[in-house]
Design a protein around this ligand. Sequence first.
Ligand SMILES: Nc1ncnc2c1ncn2[C@@H]1O[C@H](COP(=O)(O)OP(=O)(O)O)[C@@H](O)[C@H]1O
Ligand SMILES: O=C(CO)[C@@H](O)[C@H](O)COP(=O)(O)O
Length: 476
Amino acid sequence: MTEQRVVIGVDSSTQSTKALAVDIDTGAVLGEGRAPHTVSTGAGRESDPEQWWRAFEEAAVRTGWAERAAAVSIAGQQHGLVTLDAAGAPVRPALLWNDVRSAPQAAELRAALGPAELVHRTGSLPTAAFTAPKWAWLRANEPAAADRVAAVRLPHDFLTERLTGEAVTDRGDASGTGWWGPDGYDKDVLDRIGLDPALLPQVLAPGAPAGAVRPGTALREGTPVAAGTGDNMAAALGLGLRPGQPVLSLGTSGTVYAVGRTRPVDPSGTVAGFADALGGWLPLACTLNCTLAVDRFAALLGRGREEVEDGGSAVVLPYLDGERTPDLPAASGLVHGLRHDTTPGQLLQAAYDGAAHALLTALDDVLRAGGEDPAGDEPLLLIGGGARGRAWQRTVLRLSGRAVRVPDAQELVALGAAAQAAALLTGEPADAVARRWRTAEGPVLEPVPRDTDALERIGDTLRRAGALQGAPAEDR
Ligand SMILES: Nc1ncnc2c1ncn2[C@@H]1O[C@H](COP(=O)(O)OP(=O)(O)O)[C@@H](O)[C@H]1O
Ligand SMILES: O=C(CO)[C@@H](O)[C@H](O)COP(=O)(O)O
């Protein structure tokens, strides 16, 4: 009998860490572990990297395979600024992707280097979400803390380094910093924000190993560790995505993306021109308000998530955390179009519609940015915590006009990390591993006519709400 080989894939996302133990040959999930994270509320969004590390070890142990896994890989939420001192301890909590306090620094960077130049260099127009403005924010607001920083990491790099002792990252996650381009770290951007490149990790070539598990962790010493990547890049691997297959992920963030063959360039800033984990591209649009915002509306209305009703003319812009797409960091939630006969269920449906609007109107641009035809008939792959919600599924069908496929496999980010770990051992590309595991299979929901009235109503409200939502005068 041949020995069963199992890898562990990890998703260190905003709300929790999820770990899966996966059989390399069959893709069967043999064990699962989960541990929650704490995110600060109020003005900023911060988490303690030490809690991520504890959650990682706990989730990995809960899979039941921590001491037997043949390889490991860690994917993580993108963009977060992790600052470490000379001993490798966090200088302060990490500034997360959905912390909009860095919006002024993003605007300064855009003004200093120019949108076209920045997009040409780094692939994206930085918003508050990107790591570069976060570093600039730290220098401006907490200079003493910035002075103590001996290493700057992203969430997944921090965990990989704790596990292996190696200061490495991958091109996918690096592409969300705002200081990386295809030729490496961008000296002009780093100079502008006052960040010494010596503080940054080495960007590994696609498929290269990060190292091996060091002594003293919950995992077996010497276990090979893959490079890991950003969570959206990992989900693309986990679905075995081919160019032109669009994905919509419904989690704390809403994201819409597709693998592209050409380097994406969108000076409007709607589509970020991320790199994928393999050597290609991952044009992506991201919102700050997705499942949590809709759940908050349900709670305010005293209704369950699925208690929605059709009809009515209410519009909800559920920008409870400010917003990134559209780029309105100072925005807040807005309800418009209420009438005497508006029901709570209609208002809740309007919150779903408002959360899905920017993602589904960006979908065509995402496909175009990657050199793909938006008129293609590939079903939209629906993933993330919200994908199993009936109300979410119906909203996406109505507002996309596309067929939607909901993969049976869950935790596609962790599965993508597992595929990366397996690829280290088998020599296959990680996306081919996931295709062999058939992770993208699942029921296809038939398309319905696109609800263009609802989309137009939301678009119109958004345009007219510009001043209230803090849009710059030239965009109103
Ligand atoms: N059946 C469901 N319907 C709608 N939303 C759901 C459902 N199950 C989970 N969620 C939402 O999914 C979110 C978690 O999704 P997940 O993708 O794990 O988030 P993240 O990766 O950002 O931590 C939670 O905000 C929760 O409200
Ligand atoms: O900022 C982005 C993408 O650019 C987010 O998608 C983060 O990567 C967080 O992801 P989740 O924790 O919501 O999955």
